[in-house]
Design a protein around this ligand. Sequence first.
Ligand code: IPM
Ligand code: MN
Length: 347
Amino acid sequence: MVPGDGTGPEVIREAVKVLQAAEARYGFSLARTDYDLGGARYLKTGEILPPSVLPEFRKFDSILLGAIGHPEVKPGLLEKGVLLEMRFALDLYINLRPVKLHPGVECPLKDKRPEDIDYIVVRENTGDVYTGAGGVMMKGTPHETAMQIQSYTRHQVDRCLRYAFELTRRRGKRKTLALCGKTNVLTYVYDLWERAFHEMGERDYRDVKREYYHVDAICMWMIKNPESFDVIVTGNMFGDIITDLAAITQGGLGIAAGGNINPEGVSMFEPMGGSAPKYAGKNVINPLAAIAAGAMMLDTLGEREAARGVEDAIAWVTSNKVRNLAAGQMGYSTTEVGDLVARRVAG
Ligand code: IPM
Ligand code: MN
């Protein structure tokens, strides 16, 4: 586990509490090892991600991460050095972000109910403008030129599409996979995505319906008709942006969780919200996203029944107890929300 910075340790504590309740109830046990990566360690020792850590991470079945980002450290340093480095080095090429409105949760979209907001975004997690390719010339002069290159390989695109098609088929909801791109402007990168999408769909997934949306248009449809989505697949940058938009339609970052998945290796699960330094140490942050990340982790570890038990307990808590998911407005403290879920899981 990497509790990390800010409110990370507080939400991870609650996630562990719920995992322990699930272990007792469903009869399995998880061994845990803590890693103190993050801003505090960096400020104390200058270390961001010591080289010994990655080989150790590869030996675990799963990683649970709280949050990375510290107000006294230059933005980007820890995010790139820990979070993005883990995604790249462990080849966590899928960022799986379910979008689900839980019962009882206040939704900012008028007249939308839980059955209307229930889809999954498959965000590619290793390519795009995130690779760091680019540079700056004539820095500090009026002619300064900055470039940040968007790149995708066919291999990266294909393996992401394969995962998305398989997920759509397995999910069996509307059997519809939507590609989100920008083929009218990004005529190289999203042309590659679009061709690969249709080739693979035509060849191997004739039972899955294919749709295409430009990224700007999909933002509109995610607000207007979220019920029309089943699985959305997209590149890293668009995936980053649309999943924050999606998160607010499900009640905010307090409940949005994601999995950074390497289907052939170790995966990492995290709440989508950041380290929220202004709430750190106050016992007011919402732990449900971290608890939901724990449920995703259980599912990936093969503890399907326990995963469902935790998800049901979250739904029970949002229906019966915590209506407002915003930090400080839950009507319960961080620890109390963890207790509510853990008690429900315990049965
Ligand atoms: C996310 C975050 C990260 C990203 C940041 C912290 C680097 O926004 O996980 O969505 O851009 O991927
Ligand atoms: Mn983001």
